[in-house]
Design a protein around this ligand. Structure first.
Ligand code: ATP
Ligand code: MN
Length: 463
């Protein structure tokens, strides 16, 4: 079935050409002059194509006058300049074939505004709406941009495992992977006998590809991963998913300053790419979701980010007049209210905070000379808070052993990670970016469940 995509038709506006279009009817309107207007959308772009169906078409009475929102159609005809307002070109139909009907009494997506909550319950149909079509196209463009950015810099795209035997952060919250019959789990001395499970040991879904990315960075220089990660954190927030996508670059011969430079350059590249390549969808988000998104992205591409240390940030926050739900003191983990306050009220731009207390950060982050803080960075943006977490990694073998023990972990479990510090260790650094948080920021969509096709959250695994 040869067809021309509507995006292509609307971008070239070649009137006179004969084409075939396939898609789904958005609306039908009948004119007294003996013809109907049919809006057809095929998902290739936000706009629908206006089709003119004359009453001389053989199936006009029997079929065309019965077309409703959601019906699928195949339409052949000629493109002509449109006399009407709102579009430059329209399709004069020679032939309209109805591929599939959609009963208006039962089709849930009638042409009206639906709440995002309702649309989540029909995730099999929501990509046919303007908002979710636009999200899908932006996601696609951003994925392309991520690869273009890193490939352009000579980074190697690395596939890290989804099933792992190690717990990257050393902090629970993992989904277990097992082939046991859960009704008859083998036990030994009262505990689960993982030795008899598929992998002869416990296994989990990955929470991060970082440790494996470090292995490859220490052989190939610059690498990045871009794949799904999983966290069994039972936090029902608008910023957390149980399954989300993460971008994790890792660079050898790199310190925290280099890491921060890359993170800022990366974000600006993605913002610029979306502004340039997703104009129609961005205008839509700006008009219907958040009227500041285009302005914000344009400013960010041009503007510098604010750099300060955790200690400086805590000082500003503890002197602030604002009443926070969680009072601020040195040593605490900052909450999203604090992160947003710094970005929105103090600096009015994204903030990169560095050098956090070691107690609140992962064991693998490089210890500073003060022995109290680590070379960590969080990139914070208005409205969301943290979107990137990164660090320079500890490259000193003995210090790392101590840090692993301090974290209550067993150095034996990290034998290969430690060997990287024994054989040809080099300074290296990287970060993790939550892909969905970035899409939220770019589109202005308030809930992370609406920027991934099929969200997984506590209680939700349908579709
Ligand atoms: P938070 O404090 O917001 O839970 P985190 O400190 O657990 O984040 P990291 O472990 O540093 O986050 O993960 C790197 C990035 O992955 C974060 O900056 C964020 O953008 C994203 N991220 C983390 N957890 C989630 C989640 N549950 N759903 C979606 N994105 C997430
Ligand atoms: Mn978290």
């Amino acid at each position: 079935m040869k067809r021309t995509r509507i995006a292509e038709i609307l971008s070239s506006e070649n009137s006179g050409t004969h084409i075939t279009v396939m898609g789904w009817v958005r609306t039908r309107r009948d004119s007294k002059g003996g013809f109907s207007f049919i809006e057809v959308n095929d998902g290739s772009c936000l706009s629908s194509l206006q089709v003119i169906a004359a009453d001389k078409l053989p199936n006009y009475e029997n079929e065309i006058l019965k077309l409703q929102t959601g019906c699928s159609v195949k339409i052949a005809g000629a493109l002509v300049a449109s006399p009407g307002k709102g579009q430059k070109i329209e399709l004069q139909a020679d032939e309209i074939e109805v591929l599939g009907w959609a009963d208006p009494d039962t089709y849930p997506l009638q042409k009206k505004r639906h709440s995002f909550e309702f649309l989540r319950t029909i995730a099999h149909l929501r990509p046919r709406t303007n908002t979710f079509g636009a999200v899908a196209r932006i996601r696609n463009a951003m994925s392309q941009a991520i690869h273009a950015f890193f490939q352009g810099k000579g980074f190697i795209y690395l596939h890290t495992p989804i099933i792992t035997g190690s717990d990257c952060e050393g902090a629970g919250e993992m989904f277990k992977v097992t082939a046991f019959n859960l009704d008859e789990i083998p036990k030994k001395d009262g505990l689960v006998d993982f030795g008899r499970d598929f992998f002869h040991g416990p296994a989990n879904l990955t929470v991060s590809g970082q440790l494996e990315a470090e292995i490859y960075a220490l052989a190939m220089g610059d690498v990045y991963t871009f794949g799904p990660t999983f966290r069994a954190e039972n936090s029902n927030t608008s910023r957390h998913l149980a399954e989300f996508w993460m971008v994790e670059p890792e660079m050898a011969f790199c310190d925290l300053e280099g890491d921060r430079t890359l993170a800022v350059e990366f974000l600006k590249y993605i913002f610029g790419y979306v502004l340039e390549n997703c104009e129609e969808d961005m205008v839509f988000f700006n008009r219907f979701i958040d009227s500041s998104v285009i302005d914000t992205l344009e400013t960010l591409v041009a503007q510098d980010f604010e750099y300060l240390t955790y200690t400086e940030g805590v000082k500003i926050l503890s002197e602030a007049k604002e009443k926070f739900e969680f009072p601020v003191s040195w040593g605490m983990d900052l909450q999203s209210e604090h992160e947003r306050y710094l970005c929105e009220k103090v600096f009015n731009k994204p903030v990169v905070l560095t050098d956090y207390p070691k107690e609140i950060k992962a064991f693998y982050m490089k210890l500073n000379e003060d022995k109290k803080t680590v070379r960590a960075m969080d990139v914070l943006v208005p409205k969301i808070g943290e979107i990137i977490g990164g660090s320079q990694r500890e490259d000193d073998h003995d210090i790392l052993v101590e840090r692993i023990k301090e974290a209550g972990l067993n150095p034996d479990d990290y034998w290969w990670y430690l060997e990287l510090r024994k054989f040809g260790s080099v300074p290296h650094a990287g970060f993790g970016l939550g892909f969905e948080r970035l899409i939220q920021f770019i589109t202005g969509l308030a809930n992370i469940r609406d920027v991934i096709p099929f969200p997984r959250t506590p209680g939700n695994v349908s579709f």
